[in-house]
Ligand binder design. Structure first.
Ligand SMILES: Cc1cc2nc3c(=O)[nH]c(=O)nc-3n(C[C@H](O)[C@H](O)[C@H](O)COP(=O)(O)O)c2cc1C
Length: 221
């Protein structure tokens, strides 16, 4: 079983969010997962151009590191997203990666995967940002087990509690994968997304040839 963490802080080993990510990864490792952390800020990932090539052909026309990180995510059973709060949002690097993954949402490519999110902040936005990353994972079809956050400017000691929480959640992520855990409210979102995207994909089947074929092959349309 593979668990992959994607970190979006540009502060390398000085990153507090990385501490939470490493704790979650350690928890996953203790439960028997094969783990890795990818630093999205060290990769060359261009902005989405909104050209729709991914919907048409199933891959992006930009020749950069996106395909490397996407392949890693598709191979993983569990995904951990980590970003500090920047202006109460994810960092630009994390958002740039997410924008490039529009086709993962159209094709619900994370169906069957599980995920979680970690975030640190000075004082504001930690819950919001972690919830945003988890919502993104659910939009891609994944099931999320929770989040670990800390507002470390306001409460410096809170990082220690969050490290413990991240560790336990990393373990729980692996248990959730193993038992194929589902949550009724997330299943409802998945069903709704299947309906909404199914209709869009049928309505645009000539334009979005790859997506339509993908859905046909999955037996979803
Ligand atoms: C560009 C920038 C924007 C930030 N925006 C916020 C913010 O909106 N709210 C907040 O409380 N802290 C904000 N911070 C502080 C970081 O969220 C905080 O220091 C975080 O723990 C950094 O995580 P890292 O060490 O993993 O990079 C910001 C920091 C930077 C550099």
């Amino acid at each position: 079983m593979k668990v992959t963490g994607i970190i979006g802080s540009p502060r390398g080993k000085n990153s507090s969010t990385l501490r939470l990510m490493e704790a979650a990864i350690e928890g996953a490792c203790q439960e028997g997962a094969d783990t890795e952390i990818i630093d999205a800020t060290r990769l060359r990932i261009g902005f989405c151009k909104g050209c729709g090539a991914c919907y048409r052909r199933g891959r992006c026309e930009q020749d950069d590191d996106f395909s490397y990180v996407m392949e890693k995510m598709l191979k993983a059973d569990g995904l951990i997203l980590g970003s500090p709060s920047y202006m109460d949002g994810v960092t630009g690097q994390m958002k740039t990666l997410m924008d490039r993954m529009s086709d993962a949402i159209h094709c619900q490519q994370f169906s069957g995967k599980h995920g979680m999110a970690v975030c640190t902040t000075g004082s504001s936005g930690a819950e919001l940002v972690a919830d945003y990353m988890n919502k993104f994972l659910v939009s891609c079809g994944a099931t999320v087990v929770g989040k670990a956050v800390a507002a470390i400017g306001q409460h410096p000691g809170s990082i220690n509690d969050a490290v413990e929480q991240a560790y336990l959640l990393g373990k729980d992520l692996v248990i959730a994968i193993r038992e194929r855990r589902t949550y009724p409210e997330q299943e409802a979102v998945h069903r709704r997304n299947r309906e909404v995207f199914g209709e869009s994909i049928k309505a645009n089947k000539e334009k979005w040839a790859h997506d339509y074929l993908y859905w046909v092959q999955k037996g979803w349309v």
